[in-house]
Design a protein around this ligand. Structure first.
Ligand SMILES: Nc1ncnc2c1ncn2[C@@H]1O[C@H](COP(=O)(O)OP(=O)(O)O)[C@@H](O)[C@H]1O
Ligand SMILES: N[C@@H](CCOP(=O)(O)O)C(=O)O
Length: 316
């Protein structure tokens, strides 16, 4: 399970006191996370999630807090950092940066249908529309330069038969980098997988885990979401799911011609990003009790994106 920092009850009792939300009733570590330590926390006044931030620079935390405040103000179903009665959002617990957020209702969807994909497409468009006028600036720490930098090291971990695919994908990133980065930008979730969305029946009730959020091309966020929500077991895109997600997104934010042109490339770039990060994590956490996502899934998806049949809905 992925609670990297266990907590004692007395530590948590002292931590929650300054929020003025009542006494601690119960708490429980959450096994599903893979990067941070998360706990469900029951207080007299409601249900919350405590996150101890385990990865990344503490300097980035004000960005995440500010972005979630912006999205919450835009009425998106996102968690946000609660303030203590004297106004503090970012605190420390067990020597780690710590945030208390509302617990959002709903469950993860494993097998999405077109309706779920419609909800995800709309949510992503709303997230982009809420931020594209004035994105809060943060470079992704898993961006194009990171891929070009890590790619050669990761190649050493791969069997020979997978090397041409990796080399081609890296060459494509290098070739199209400037054009991809020039596409219309906003703030991105940059990790909107099924395990970062919550549904209550047909309603999307929460998007969580903004620790990959950054500023960048909106099309990249869409490609990341489509690759996870709309892929079949063999890695190919499911046409119904993909069309539902894209049409819903485009109904709120129509696509630009350059986005339609670069769509197949962006889908491959988004596969490469998670193929690399999963290979790196699988090596770094081998043998440890940490949730490791299978890199092979993104190897298959990248192979399957060689020929992309589903175009972006774009009217000339
Ligand atoms: N605000 C929240 N409301 C409800 N559940 C949450 C919330 N934040 C986290 N969770 C639960 O905790 C799990 C792990 O959270 P996540 O942010 O994805 O962790 P990690 O950053 O370690 O990947 C999620 O799958 C979800 O079940
Ligand atoms: N959703 C990702 C995990 C998050 O990516 P990371 O690079 O921040 O670990 C996946 O399923 O691989």
């Amino acid at each position: 399970m992925s609670v990297f920092t266990p907590l004692e009850r007395h530590e948590l009792e002292a931590f929650v006191e300054p929020y003025g939300l009542g006494r601690l009733l119960d708490f429980q570590g959450i096994a599903e996370g893979s990067e941070n330590s998360n706990f469900f926390v029951s207080l007299e006044q409601g249900e919350f999630v405590l996150t101890l931030v385990e990865r990344g620079s503490a300097d980035d935390l004000p960005f995440f807090i500010q972005l979630l405040d912006v999205l919450h103000a835009a009425d998106l179903p996102v968690p946000y950092a609660l303030r203590t009665t004297d106004g503090k959002a970012l605190r420390k617990l067990a020597e780690k940066p710590a945030l208390l957020q509302p617990r959002l209702p709903g469950k993860h969807v494993q097998e999405p249908n077109p309706h779920h994909c419609t909800e995800v497409g709309k949510l992503l468009a709303r997230l982009h529309l809420a931020t594209h006028d004035k994105p809060l600036i943060r470079r992704s720490d898993r961006g194009l330069d990171w891929m070009l930098d890590k790619g050669p090291d990761v190649a050493l971990l791969l069997p020979d038969e997978q090397l041409p695919l990796l080399r081609d994908a890296l060459a494509e990133v290098a070739k199209y980098k400037a054009r991809l980065l020039d596409l219309p930008a906003a703030n991105l979730h940059a990790d909107l997988f099924r395990d970062n969305a919550l549904f209550d029946g047909p309603h999307l009730t929460g998007v969580i885990d903004f620790y990959n959020a950054c500023s960048g091309p909106m099309l990249y966020d869409l490609a990341i979401a489509v690759n996870d929500w709309c892929s079949k077991a063999d890695g190919q895109l499911d046409a119904h799911l993909t069309q539902a997600l894209l049409a819903a997104y485009a109904s709120l934010r129509p696509f630009h011609a350059a986005e339609a042109e670069l769509w197949p490339i962006m889908l491959r770039v988004a596969c490469l990003r998670f193929w690399l990060s999963r290979l790196i994590a699988a090596q770094a956490f081998a043998g440890q009790e940490v949730l490791i996502h299978d890199p092979e899934v993104f190897h298959q998806r990248l192979l399957a994106r060689k020929h992309v049949q589903i175009a972006l809905p774009f009217a000339l």
